[in-house]
Design a protein around this ligand. Structure first.
Ligand SMILES: [Fe+2]
Length: 208
C-alpha cells in the first residue's frame, strides 16, 4: 500500500520548548512530515471489495481520503510526536471511512487522541480479543493505553479531525491488521443515521 510522504522538513533535534499552531481544520504549524492516503491506496481493507472498486471507478483512485501532519523534532525514548489526522467522511458499502489502523511496534506505547472537529469513533482492539468503540466529538479525547490496536472511523458528514500525541519511539505495525484479514469489528451504519459495530466474519484473529 503506497504512502505518499510529503515530508516538508527533515526531523532534527530541537531541545527548546516549541509553540505549536494547531488548526481545527487539520494541520500543524512547523510540521516535519505529511503523509496522504488516496482512495486507490485502500484496496483490500474494506470488507466490501466490490463497493470499494465501484467507488474508485466512479470517483477516481487519486481522491484524497485522509492525511496526517506530524511535528517530530526529537527522536528517542522520552520524545513526543504531535500531529493531526484528518479523515474525510464517506462509506464503502456499509462501512464508514476509516484509517488503516495499527499497533505500535513498541507495543506498550500509549497515545492520546483529542477530537478537534467532526464526529468519529476510535476502534480499539487487543490481540487477546478485547474490543472497544468510543465515539469522539469536539472536546472529547481518548487515552489509548499501550497494547491496543487503534483506528479512526468517520461516522459523521464532515471531516473528522483529531490531535494525537505519542512517544517518538513507538513506531507503527500496520501488518497486524492485514495479517488478521481486518479488525475484529466493523463500524457500520445502523440504518437510522447512526453507527453500530458488527463482527467481521473474515477476521482470523491477531497473531502477536
Ligand atoms: Fe498510534
Amino acid at each position: 500500500m503506497a504512502t505518499h510522504d510529503l515530508g516538508v522538513l527533515p526531523a532534527f533535534d530541537l531541545d527548546i520548548p516549541t509553540l505549536l499552531d494547531i488548526s481545527r481544520e487539520g494541520g500543524i504549524g512547523g510540521r516535519t512530515r505529511r503523509y496522504e492516503k488516496f482512495a486507490g491506496d485502500m484496496g483490500g481493507v474494506y470488507r466490501d471489495g466490490d463497493a470499494w472498486r465501484a467507488d474508485v471507478e466512479a470517483r477516481g483512485s487519486d481522491r484524497l481520503v485522509y492525511w496526517v501532519d506530524d511535528h517530530r523534532y526529537q527522536e528517542g525514548p522520552g520524545a513526543l510526536v504531535v500531529g493531526t489526522s484528518t479523515l474525510l467522511p464517506g462509506r464503502v458499502g456499509d462501512e464508514f471511512a476509516f484509517t488503516r489502523g495499527h499497533l505500535h511496534e513498541v507495543a506498550d506505547r500509549a497515545e492520546l487522541y483529542y477530537c478537534l472537529k467532526g464526529r468519529g469513533v476510535l476502534l480499539l482492539e487487543t490481540i487477546d480479543g478485547r474490543s472497544e468503540a468510543i465515539e469522539l466529538s469536539p472536546g472529547k479525547a481518548v487515552d489509548v493505553p499501550g497494547h491496543w490496536i487503534h483506528r479512526s472511523v468517520n461516522v459523521g458528514d464532515e471531516p473528522f479531525v483529531t490531535l494525537f500525541c505519542y512517544a517518538a519511539d513507538a513506531g507503527q505495525n500496520y501488518a497486524i491488521i492485514g495479517d488478521a484479514n481486518g479488525m475484529k469489528s466493523l463500524v457500520v451504519t445502523d440504518g437510522a443515521g447512526g453507527w453500530t459495530t458488527v463482527p467481521n466474519s473474515d477476521h482470523r484473529g491477531y497473531r502477536a
